[in-house]
Design a protein around this ligand. Structure first.
Ligand code: BES
Ligand code: MN
Ligand code: MN
Length: 461
């Protein structure tokens, strides 16, 4: 029964790319208000495609922000129900001049499709729509029930999705969540991700005077907010990479020996990693390997810093204001709200009295981890092996998908994270790309995944 589905996928390879190009042409940048109409147009495009491939009850559901797209196929009585989650919004494209081809004109070079959203996440969402289409076209049915939930605000922190999930528990009831929104371990090394870091994102604003001042006339009498910001940030981490906010590590679950041993065996080459990204020397918390630091340890990063004169040449100015955007990646069992409280208290205590301080909380999401011996996760392993010719390895990831822990807590659902991106996919950066053979193998693996989940039965029974 699967062979005709896989044959269909093989003969339709070129069509899939043409259709994906149309999806990638829509600049659905959720962060920029001037693109709000494009975000909606993208939601409508996805809904149209979902209806066309045979999903039922397809609709846009309004939220206070960008709409959710929902559709389902519920004709497999007695079979498990998959809740598929993905996002149709994308990150901004700046700096535009570093793109080798326009971000919203998908271009194929050397077996990769280049465009904003190709890997994160439109290409990976589309892969599942094509797998569903193959089943429905060839067999008129799917081996499982499936509910598709596409979000338009993932890249801005899924602000309204938790509320949406809480308010729509019956609509979203399922046996397992499937998500393809992460990179695989390496080219040729498919993986299943069983852990994500959480996130808390804040902005600090300092004001030292009501206007920029002449640095000759006023320098020495008035604080420099840029300097004060640099000092405050400097105090947040010590030279060994340890975060100095009191209480920050209280809820960090220590790494298991078994996990450390397993990761030490993974085909990770630090030298290639450095070379690929032009990193002179790696830096991170003492006592942990690179994979441990990015997958299982929390971090604090400055994502943006702004103050004073940054144009060409020189300007003798004492800036009135300074701004920093800071985020912390969290691991189980850290709580974003608690960490934000600790961070805010730290800033209020340590910022100099000579500036006016504002702390603004922005995005947040809880960390997530699951055990990978779950029958549905194992089913995904078999599907990936069929699609990619190689059994997946099990990894955690440093990135965040805020709703995954919500699915766990509110719906009691396990999630299977099967991503087909690559570590060098340039997500959030110029020249984002998706490997075309991974995309095609991913369609096959997705089609097989539905079959394998059906074989497991309802709720892993
Ligand atoms: N697809 C990523 C999440 C991801 C990245 C998972 C790398 C695994 C590895 C997602 O689109 C993303 O970028 N999430 C944001 C969330 C934030 C805006 C709340 C992130 O991780 O920065
Ligand atoms: Mn994503
Ligand atoms: Mn992203």
């Amino acid at each position: 029964m699967m062979n005709n589905v896989i044959d269909f996928i093989q003969v339709n390879r070129d069509r899939y790319l043409d259709e994906l190009k149309a999806l990638l042409a829509i600049p659905s940048i959720s962060a920029l208000p001037e693109h709000a109409a494009d975000v909606r147009r993208c939601a409508e495009w996805c809904g149209g495609e979902m209806t066309r491939i045979g999903l039922q009850g397809v609709r846009l559901i309004e939220t206070p922000g960008h709409p959710v797209v929902y559709g389902e196929w519920m004709g497999a009585e007695g079979a498990p129900t998959i809740l598929f989650y993905g996002h149709y919004d994308v990150q901004p494209v700046d700096p535009l001049d570093l793109w080798q081809s326009p971000p919203f004109e998908a271009t194929i070079r050397d077996g990769e499709i280049y465009a904003r959203g190709s890997a994160d996440d439109k290409g990976q969402v589309f892969m599942h729509l094509k797998a569903i289409e193959a089943h429905l076209t060839q067999n008129g049915r799917l081996p499982v029930n499936i509910k598709i939930l596409l979000e338009g605000e993932e890249e801005v922190g899924s602000e309204h999705l938790d509320e949406f999930v809480r308010a729509n528990k019956a609509l979203l009831a399922a046996d397992v969540v499937v998500i393809s929104d992460s990179p695989m371990f390496a080219r040729g090394v498919p993986s299943i991700c069983y852990g994500l870091r959480g996130l808390v994102y804040l902005q600090i604003d300092f004001r030292g005077s009501n206007t920029d001042l002449h640095s000759g006339s006023f320098g020495g009498a008035v604080i420099n907010p840029a300097f004060a910001m640099a000092q405050l940030i400097d105090g947040m981490k010590d030279r060994s990479g340890r975060i100095r906010i009191p209480g920050f590590y209280d809820d960090v679950r220590p790494l298991q020996e078994a996990e450390r041993n397993a990761w030490a065996q993974l085909p990770f080459n630090e030298k290639t990693y450095r070379k690929d990204f032009g990193i002179p020397k790696l830096f991170g918390e003492t006592g942990y390997s690179t994979l441990e630091r990015t997958w299982a340890r929390p971090t604090l990063e400055v994502n943006g810093l702004l103050s004073g004169f940054t144009g060409e040449g020189a300007k003798t100015v004492l800036p009135a204001v300074a701004m920093a955007k800071i985020s912390m990646r969290l691991v189980p069992d850290q709580d974003p709200n608690k960490i934000a409280d600790l961070f805010q208290a730290y800033v209020e205590k340590n910022a100099p009295k000579s500036v006016e301080v504002t702390v603004t909380r922005m995005q947040g999401g809880k960390p997530w981890m699951t055990s990978f011996d779950h029958p549905y996760v194992q089913a995904a392993g078999r599907a990936i092996e069929q699609g990619f010719g190689r059994a997946p390895i099990f990894t955690r990831e440093g990135g965040s998908i805020p709703v995954v822990s919500t699915f766990q807590e509110e719906l009691g659902l396990p999630s299977v994270l099967f991503g087909v991106g690559l570590p060098d996919e340039n997500a959030h950066a110029p020249n984002e790309k998706l490997d075309i053979s991974n995309f095609h193998n991913g369609i096959v693996a997705s089609a097989v995944l539905y079959e394998e989940i059906a074989k497991v039965g309802k709720s892993g029974a």
